[in-house]
Design a protein around this ligand. Structure first.
Ligand SMILES: NC(=O)c1ccc[n+]([C@@H]2O[C@H](COP(=O)([O-])OP(=O)(O)OC[C@H]3O[C@@H](n4cnc5c(N)ncnc54)[C@H](O)[C@@H]3O)[C@@H](O)[C@H]2O)c1
Length: 253
């Protein structure tokens, strides 16, 4: 008989699952036994990521959805319930980062960009939590993990504003949802080697990631330990926390 895994029978939604962190988080959760609804606004990327992951005993369902749209969220949740029977875990990973213009001072950033980044990075996770809570209550509890960033704790323009907003969203939701046995935590990675992060580096700064963190640069897989802690029984008494996973770049007291 196969050995029991910590997330056997659990169902997760991972947003922004079309590559980078989202694909890696999905691989981590399926490896621990969960079935995963992989959601992304980019249909082609999420289909391709799901194809890379499919294998023996791996249940993934790719769906195209926009995290800023409540109707999209309703359909993602319904897909999970229809395909796998409910929702236990939400990983709010989708976000804009490399897309944000770097050549404009923050004090001159277009209102359109301000609105767009906050809509995807902050309103998206808020809508996601609203959409999954009724299903998590039916299952007697749940786990929510918001993807923040080390950028939340220093000057990072509208990106930092959105990611620090996520820290606050995490705390308030954790406080309110604890009575339903739903934990809400955040992971704040440092600069991590994904294609999107490489695109966001200014010219000549390619070695920056290695230099800023005492333990050196990381990959999305380096955040899997935090994800497993916050989604499995091992993390059952942890809520409202933001875990910096960044090779020691941001050391908070
Ligand atoms: N790579 C890093 O260094 C780093 C560090 C800290 C935090 N993060 C965060 O990790 C997350 C993933 O980053 P990544 O490096 O894998 O980048 P990425 O660009 O590959 O991932 C973001 C994903 O979100 C999707 N997306 C964008 N807008 C969406 C929308 N409206 N609805 C649904 N999906 C949408 C994109 O299609 C993409 O697949 C982001 O939230 C990012 O801010 C990344």
């Amino acid at each position: 008989m196969a050995e029991a895994r910590p997330l056997d029978g659990k169902v997760a939604i991972v947003t922004g699952a079309g590559g980078g962190f989202g694909e890696s988080y999905t691989r981590c959760l399926t490896g621990a036994g969960a079935s995963v609804v992989m959601s992304d606004i980019n249909a082609e990327n999420v289909e391709a990521a799901a194809t890379r992951l499919v294998g023996d005993g791996v249940n993934v369902l790719p769906v195209t959805a926009d995290v800023t749209d409540p109707a999209s969220w309703a359909s993602v949740v319904k897909s999970g319930v229809d395909a796998f029977g409910g929702i236990d875990i939400l990983v709010n990973n989708a976000g804009l980062m490399s897309e944000i213009p770097m050549d404009v001072p923050f004090s001159k950033l277009d209102l359109e960009w301000w609105d767009r980044v906050l809509a995807v990075n902050l309103t998206g996770p808020f809508l996601g939590i609203q959409a999954v809570v009724p299903e998590m209550k039916k299952r007697g509890g749940g786990r929510i993990v918001n993807q923040s960033s080390g950028g939340a704790f220093g000057p990072s323009g509208v990106y930092g504003v959105s990611k620090l907003g996520l820290v606050s969203l995490t705390v308030s939701m954790a406080h309110e949802l604890a009575r339903h046995k739903i934990t809400v935590n955040a992971i704040a990675p440092g600069f991590t080697n994904t294609p999107a992060a490489q695109r966001s580096l200014p010219e000549g700064m390619e070695g920056m990631a290695e230099q800023i963190a005492p333990l050196g640069g990381g990959t999305p897989e380096d955040a899997n330990g935090a994800l497993l802690l916050l989604t499995t029984d091992a993390g059952r008494w942890i809520t409202g926390q933001t875990l910096n996973v960044d090779g020691g770049w941001v050391m908070r007291i």
